[in-house]
Design a protein around this ligand. Structure first.
Ligand code: NAD
Length: 274
């Protein structure tokens, strides 16, 4: 049965201090939801919560490093206290960008950083909240993945691996949650206008290129969030909000070897520009 989960939700949003997470928090509050805004940067989470309060909504800012299980467990408890009841919607959104170097040159520290936040952060969010939602028999989980989950773009090894694993986790959770009343949705965008390129560990010409592409062809976070909340209400697993995301998805599914060879060729033709 269709459930409108995005309205009047008791929602937890990670990475709510900026970009897509902030847009999720504001959109849910605009639909009369209560929002716990979690971020490793507490001041930015507080700014999002203050914005919601100024609009007459209810929000709480919480410090949380999603790479730490203990922080996510504490987040779940703080949320239940704030809502005075169960959490109905979890958005595992916090993430960081790593790019610019090929496998073998990108540092182990950057591998651990990307996987710690982009993968383990989502694992922790699902581990802590999935049993609670299943027990309630109602609710939703949105995991913010990426077109990088399947695009295999060169010089983005740690990011691609973290996002591919996050998508596999989301698909598995969706299968496990079938008929439980819990909706599971994976958001897989290409470029969205946020702070990710400026805040990430992106080296060489890739940094400037990422910022240019984001500014020129990126969707706004609000547009992507709007599509995703509608998809959640329909219990739709995949959200590919942009045309380029859908083209990459189809090419990779139907001609995977040709697609991957093409990605390598483009990288060689681009030479030092990427
Ligand atoms: N912007 C894009 O083009 C794009 C494309 C595809 C996927 N995504 C994904 O969207 C998600 C949101 O990114 P964004 O683009 O809004 O970036 P952003 O940098 O604007 O926001 C990310 C937020 O996550 C927070 N964060 C970072 N590490 C954290 C941690 N350990 N614990 C808790 N919070 C942490 C940051 O403080 C920040 O507020 C990420 O998962 C990203 O990979 C972004």
């Amino acid at each position: 049965m269709a459930q409108i989960l995005s309205k009047q939700a008791n929602a937890v949003v990670t990475g709510a201090g900026s970009g897509i997470g902030r847009a999720f928090a504001l959109a849910i509050a605009a639909k009369k939801g209560c929002v716990v805004c979690a971020d490793i940067d507490l001041a930015s989470a507080q700014a999002t919560a203050d914005h919601i309060s100024a609009q007459g909504g209810r929000a709480l800012a919480v410090y949380c490093d999603v790479s730490q299980l203990v922080d996510v467990e504490l987040l779940a408890e703080q949320a239940e206290t704030f809502f005075d009841g169960p959490t109905s919607l979890v958005i595992n959104n916090a993430g960081v960008g790593v790019g610019g170097q090929p496998i073998g040159e990108v540092s182990m520290a950057d591998w651990h950083w990307a996987l710690g936040i982009n993968l383990w952060g989502v694992v922790h969010g699902c581990h802590v909240f999935a049993p609670r939602l299943r027990a309630a028999g109602h609710g939703g989980i949105i995991n913010v993945c990426s077109t990088a989950s399947f695009a295999a773009a060169p010089k983005m090894g740690p990011y691609n691996v973290s996002k591919a694993a996050a998508l596999a986790l989301t698909e598995t959770l969706s299968a496990e949650m079938a008929s439980t009343g819990v909706h599971v949705t994976a958001l897989c965008p290409t470029w969205v206008k946020t702070n990710i390129a400026a805040q990430g560990r992106i080296s060489g010409p890739s940094a400037a290129m990422a910022q240019r592409l984001m500014a020129r062809i990126g969707f706004t976070p609000e547009r992507v969030v709007n599509d995703t909340l509608k998809a959640l209400d329909r219990n739709q697993l995949y959200v590919l909000p942009q045309l380029d995301a859908r083209l990459i998805w189809r090419s990779k599914r139907f001609t995977p070897a040709l697609y991957t060879a093409g990605a390598g060729l483009l990288n060689r033709l681009a030479g030092n520009h990427l």
